[in-house]
Design a protein around this ligand. Structure first.
Ligand SMILES: Cc1cc2nc3c(=O)[nH]c(=O)nc-3n(C[C@H](O)[C@H](O)[C@H](O)COP(=O)(O)OP(=O)(O)OC[C@H]3O[C@@H](n4cnc5c(N)ncnc54)[C@H](O)[C@@H]3O)c2cc1C
Ligand SMILES: *[C@@H]1O[C@H](CO)[C@@H](O)[C@H](O)[C@H]1NC(C)=O
Ligand SMILES: *[C@@H]1O[C@H](CO)[C@@H](O)[C@H](O)[C@H]1NC(C)=O
Ligand SMILES: *[C@@H]1O[C@H](CO)[C@@H](O)[C@H](O)[C@H]1NC(C)=O
Ligand SMILES: *[C@@H]1O[C@H](CO)[C@@H](O)[C@H](O)[C@H]1NC(C)=O
Ligand SMILES: *[C@@H]1O[C@H](CO)[C@@H](O)[C@H](O)[C@H]1NC(C)=O
Ligand SMILES: *[C@@H]1O[C@H](CO)[C@@H](O)[C@H](O)[C@H]1NC(C)=O
Length: 492
């Protein structure tokens, strides 16, 4: 691998004179808008894959901190993930970052896996596991076994189909970690998804996909709906791919970064020789004589040969000159409410708090004002930390019905992820046919830290291959982008 990077750098240097970007003697400057895992990954891979082709890298971040949708909150003196909280064991980029940055992997506490789970429909729990706290391993195993039996009785063989559906999707996704020799550079999201065999899953809804695979309506309407509501705040009418990704989030072995997932972005930025511009929002991007001029809220103007947009464009106000056009997309807002206090068992028709499951999932019905409630930490019998997800803000009147004690409340409104549907349409990775790139075009496939990293890695390769101006070597065909069409080197 190391040799390959070296060879790549040499190729890029030796062909650098052929590019339309005016390199003159100095290597091009890259400006990246957004310091989340996407923007930081683009910077990391540009440095990782070439030692001297890229000059200065600037990252602009409108917030005073890096990390974007990975952030922590402090409740009852402890920190919890406020945005992206879990990673899959096969999320290899983020796993490698964690090692590379000497961060530690955190597994959810074992109690969590066997703690009570229930499905609430607004009137009753249609399903509830046994919850029995014991320190005896034998009791734990018995409870866990009894719960497997319970869940099998309710959902039957569809549970095995569920594993297969998720495993197949994950296996296709693993193709994005193949070596450069077998893995092309992709100009569009469609191409990228078709190559791995995932594209078809974006054409149909999760529900259509699962009914075709002979899943029982009950597992779709209950268990699977619960999961899509927790992970994407949406119903089973999301695309099959977003659905599979969301289901993979309930696989065993999920992990997070000890101390907060935001440290991945922070660490990548720290090690990539970046000129970081915090608290500086990009207001406009103008293409002027083969350069981009970025104007920011600090009244400053920056020139760069390459610009990378690493944030969803759906709700931000960046003026592009000349204008760009991308398919309309709506973001799903997820209201995340953190509460220190105690649930009110009467809200659930129960007589004691201990009867309320540690994780309350919900089905698709207008009667339920929240998507899920989970216990983050039990401080003592009458003092807990909870996380509530909802599609709408929860007002205090409602919160006082659901909770009998509320000592601390933190509310966050996330423009969380795309509102998924099928068939999906995708914005291009290259917005203007020149050197304006868009990492979050991939988010219509699925939105996770790892998919951002995978999209970012492809964008970094795309930038390097287009700078080298090499001819496409395979099926990668270029749409005509006017005078300045670049070719893609497909086996970079
Ligand atoms: C509640 C919630 C739960 C989630 N759970 C998970 C999970 O468990 N696992 C998982 O993998 N993923 C999860 N996700 C999804 C995950 O957080 C995102 O897919 C991922 O973090 C996106 O990273 P990004 O870098 O592409 O975008 P972002 O993190 O959104 O980064 C974009 C950055 O750009 C900045 N910005 C925007 N406009 C400008 C501008 N004009 N100038 C300068 N800066 C600008 C923003 O401030 C932001 O920091 C969750 C998301 C939410 C909201
Ligand atoms: C590239 O990044 C990986 C982590 O993603 C790291 O392990 C490796 O050492 C880096 N290589 C170079 C040449 O920077
Ligand atoms: C992760 O690191 C391992 C060991 O260094 C390497 O073999 C593997 O290719 C890396 N994976 C990715 C996706 O970079
Ligand atoms: C996707 O669908 C098309 C058309 O229905 C079909 O020809 C193709 O084989 C499918 N691809 C995969 C990977 O399932
Ligand atoms: C930042 O990078 C330097 C080396 O460049 C390293 O010594 C330091 O520990 C890093 N800090 C963090 C927070 O990663
Ligand atoms: C950006 O700033 C420069 C310098 O102040 C100015 O000339 C230019 O008109 C600005 N561009 C936009 C789109 O506002
Ligand atoms: C929470 O608030 C209640 C009522 O105000 C109070 O009695 C209780 O001690 C508080 N608990 C904690 C842990 O602060």
């Amino acid at each position: 691998m190391k040799n390959l990077y070296l060879i790549l750098s040499l190729i890029l240097i030796s062909t650098a004179t052929t590019v339309a970007v005016d390199l003159e003697s100095s290597p091009p400057t890259v400006c990246i808008i957004g310091s989340g895992i996407g923007g930081s990954s683009v910077a990391h891979f540009l440095r990782n894959y070439s030692s001297s082709v890229i000059g200065k890298i600037r990252i602009f971040e409108r917030n005073v901190y890096v990390g974007g949708r990975t952030a922590t909150v402090t409740l009852a003196g402890e920190t919890f993930e406020a945005g992206a909280s879990i990673l899959h064991p096969k999320n290899y980029h983020t796993l490698n970052y964690t090692k590379f940055l000497y961060l530690s992997v955190r597994r959810p506490p074992s109690a969590e896996s066997d703690s009570g789970f229930g499905i609430w429909n607004g009137r009753e729990f249609v399903f509830k596991t046994l919850s029995f706290n014991s320190d005896l391993p034998i009791i734990k195993r018995l409870v866990s076994f009894a719960n497997s039996v319970l869940i099998f009785f309710r959902y039957g063989f569809s549970l095995f189909r569920l594993n297969k559906f998720v495993d197949n999707t994950v296996d296709n996704f693993l193709k994005y970690y193949e070596d450069f020799e077998s893995r092309p550079v992709f100009e569009t999201v469609e191409e990228m998804l078709k190559w791995s065999g995932l594209y078809n899953l974006t054409r149909r809804t999760l529900q259509e996909e699962l009914l075709d695979l002979h899943f029982s309506p009950r597992i779709i309407e209950e268990l699977i709906t619960v999961i899509t509501r927790i992970n994407y705040g949406q119903s089973i009418s999301i695309s099959g791919l977003a659905g599979a990704v969301s289901l993979a989030g309930s696989d065993s072995g999920v992990w997070s970064v000890e101390g907060g997932n935001w440290q991945l972005a922070a660490g990548l930025i720290n090690y990539s020789n970046i000129e970081m511009h915090l608290d500086e929002e990009v207001e406009s991007v103008s293409s002027i004589e083969q350069k981009y001029q970025l104007n920011t809220t600090k009244g400053k103007s920056y020139q760069c040969e390459i610009t990378v947009v690493a944030t969803p464009l759906d709700e931000v106000n960046i003026q592009f000159l000349p204008g760009i056009s991308i398919p309309e997309r709506k973001l799903q807002h997820t209201y995340t409410t953190f509460i220190r206090g105690l649930l009110n068992p009467a809200y659930f028709g129960l007589s004691s708090v201990s009867e309320v499951p540690q994780l309350v999932g919900t089905v698709e019905t207008p009667d339920v004002p929240f998507s899920s409630i989970s216990v983050l930490k039990q401080h003592n019998e009458n003092d807990m930390s909870y996380k509530v997800f909802s599609r709408k803000p929860l007002d205090d009147v409602l919160l006082d019905q659901i909770f009998s004690v509320r000592n601390e409340t933190i509310k966050i409104d996330w423009g969380a992820y795309p509102h998924y549907h099928a068939p999906e349409v995708f914005a291009p990775f290259i917005l203007d046919g020149q050197h304006l790139y868009y990492v979050n075009a991939f988010e219509n496939a699925a939105s996770t830290m790892e998919t951002s990293a995978v999209a970012a890695e492809n964008v970094a390769r795309l930038i390097l291959s287009r700078l080298s101006g090499q001819k496409p070597a395979s099926t990668v065909t270029l749409k005509s982008f006017g005078d300045d069409a670049y070719d893609v080197h497909a086996d970079l």
